[in-house]
Design a protein around this ligand. Structure first.
Ligand code: FAD
Length: 456
């Protein structure tokens, strides 16, 4: 017997329930990845993620070959391609991970219907892309948690499924063409400092960080210049690492660092369970605040300055330039940059979320859109009108200014925390730095925001 395993956001061999189940019930397996035309049409396939994906597929193929198998790659309509491969291989079952977004939910329905019409069965597996399946825990009277803390309390009490090792051998039926595994070098417009993808790289990074970074994570996760977070987000997004495995391993390490890291994995699950229940939250306000976001020429110019890292607020500009250069941004930078756009410039969160999706290697519909909504105060934040001050935040999380000097080289000549307020330099000295004046006055912007939200 033969089964097909359709890989999506789970590009790994370790701890992979669909592959395990397929290998248990069939003698041969077709490990399949489909470049889905429908996904490309959404504009979601940004260059940084396409390049990272290429690494992931090459590594998955290599991992399968080391076990006697290979990856089969197709492109086009995912339901058509899966149907064809299943027919070609004579497969009775297709296994895949449950998805979360509206896109993934529609894909799953289409696949189920298409396969059923051919007398085949789609087996969908939970707890592959998240630690707990969305909907695994719910509060009384609702299909999802809208507040993090009670979710976290409940999530923490759940027993996790066991971790599965990678299979020793994978037999692929003869006669099925492999198809081209894309090369990262063929993708244009990629950030210079983009990280490497693939399960091997993900496992290396996790092992190294668990030894050297995890214990201090609680103290150092907000340290902008220290860059001391795990940087595992693209691996979690593409599923080259299993969130269940990470949660087990982190729980096995005692201490506040491990506990804080597990809490972050729960944030990820939290946003996934919100999106699974409310797929429209990818585009519509989760909690409408009736904002009349700024539009028009001035707003457009300010948006461009924000995207290019020219707002005149050094820590915001540093974060925005890190995004362009690496396709990744520190969480504290994301919070600051998003608060600046939505609350200081009072621009629609969707504008910022789109720009992040265009560049982030970990760009994820659940995590990106719902974090943007959280910051904008249209989401699940219980304090929706708080505004982060970029100067105060810069001095606090980049106390010596090293993060700013790294990413805004035209200010590299300013020592210490003074780099956060170049406008305070004496005129002659200020003139030496080719760096813009602040786009807006912070107190004017705060008044505008409070008025708009009816807080004044
Ligand atoms: P660590 O601090 O090492 O955390 C470990 C893991 O926990 C991360 O890899 C991530 O998977 C998860 N995690 C941590 N914080 C969050 C969070 N707030 N929400 C959800 N998961 C979290 N994360 C994405 O993975 N994709 C996105 O598109 C994304 N967009 C964001 C947009 C905004 C405006 C903000 C404020 C945050 C966004 N985040 C996003 C969350 C967070 O910033 C990143 O997950 C984190 O910076 C990744 O770095 P790391 O792997 O070193 O994280």
């Amino acid at each position: 017997t033969v089964s097909v395993v359709l890989f999506t956001s789970d590009l790994r061999l370790h701890d992979h329930p669909p592959l395990r189940a397929a290998l248990r019930s069939a003698d041969e397996v077709v490990p399949l990845f489909v470049h889905d035309d429908a996904l490309a049409a959404t504009g979601f396939a940004a260059p940084n993620r396409r390049a990272f994906l290429a690494d992931c597929l090459a590594d998955l193929d290599a991992g399968l070959r080391a076990r006697g198998g290979r990856l089969v790659v197709r492109s086009g309509d995912v339901a058509d391609r899966v149907r064809e491969i299943a027919a070609e291989a004579g497969a009775g079952e297709v296994h895949m991970a449950a998805g979360v977004s509206g896109f993934a939910q529609r894909r799953e329905r289409r696949l189920r219907d298409a396969l059923r019409a051919d007398g085949r069965h789609l087996c969908v597996h939970d707890a592959v892309v998240t630690v707990l399946a969305p909907g695994a825990v719910t509060p009384a009277g609702s299909d999802h948690y809208a507040v993090f803390t009670p979710y976290f309390r409940r999530w923490s009490r759940e027993r996790l499924r066991d971790v599965m090792g990678a299979p020793r051998a994978v037999r692929v039926p003869d006669g099925i063409g492999s198809g081209p595994v894309p090369a990262r070098e063929r993708v244009d417009g990629v950030s210079q400092g983009l990280a490497t993808g693939g399960e091997s790289e993900g496992r290396r990074r996790w092992t190294a960080w668990r030894r050297r970074g995890l214990a201090a994570y609680e103290d150092r996760h907000d340290d902008l210049p220290g860059d001391a977070t795990s940087r595992l987000s693209p691996h979690l997004h593409f599923g080259t690492l299993s969130p269940v495995e990470l949660a087990h391993r982190a729980r096995a390490s005692d201490g506040p660092g491990a506990a804080a890291f597990v809490r972050q994995l729960c944030w990820r699950d939290f946003h996934h369970q919100v999106l699974a229940a409310r797929p429209d939250a990818a585009v519509a306000d989760y909690r409408p605040r009736h904002d009349r976001w700024r539009t028009g020429t001035t707003a457009r110019e300010e948006i461009t300055a924000w995207k290019e890292g020219r707002t005149g607020y050094p820590v915001v500009d540093a974060a925005m330039r890190q995004l362009l250069h690496e396709g990744w941004m520190h969480n504290r930078g994301r919070l600051l940059a998003a608060s600046f756009l939505t609350k200081t410039l009072y621009v629609d969160w969707r504008v910022g979320a789109r720009h992040f999706l265009d560049w982030l290697v970990d760009g994820d519909v659940a995590d990106n859109q719902l974090n943007w909504q959280w910051v904008a105060g249209t989401g699940t934040d219980t304090r929706p009108n708080r505004v982060l001050n970029p100067v105060v935040q810069g001095r606090r999380f980049d106390p010596d200014g090293a993060y700013v000097r790294r990413w805004v080289p035209e200010l590299a000549g300013i020592d210490g925390p003074a780099v956060h307020e170049p406008w305070k330099l004496r005129k002659a000295e200020r003139a030496r730095y080719a760096y813009p004046e602040p786009l807006v006055d912070l107190s004017d912007a705060l008044t505008r925001f409070r008025r708009a939200r009816g807080r004044e």
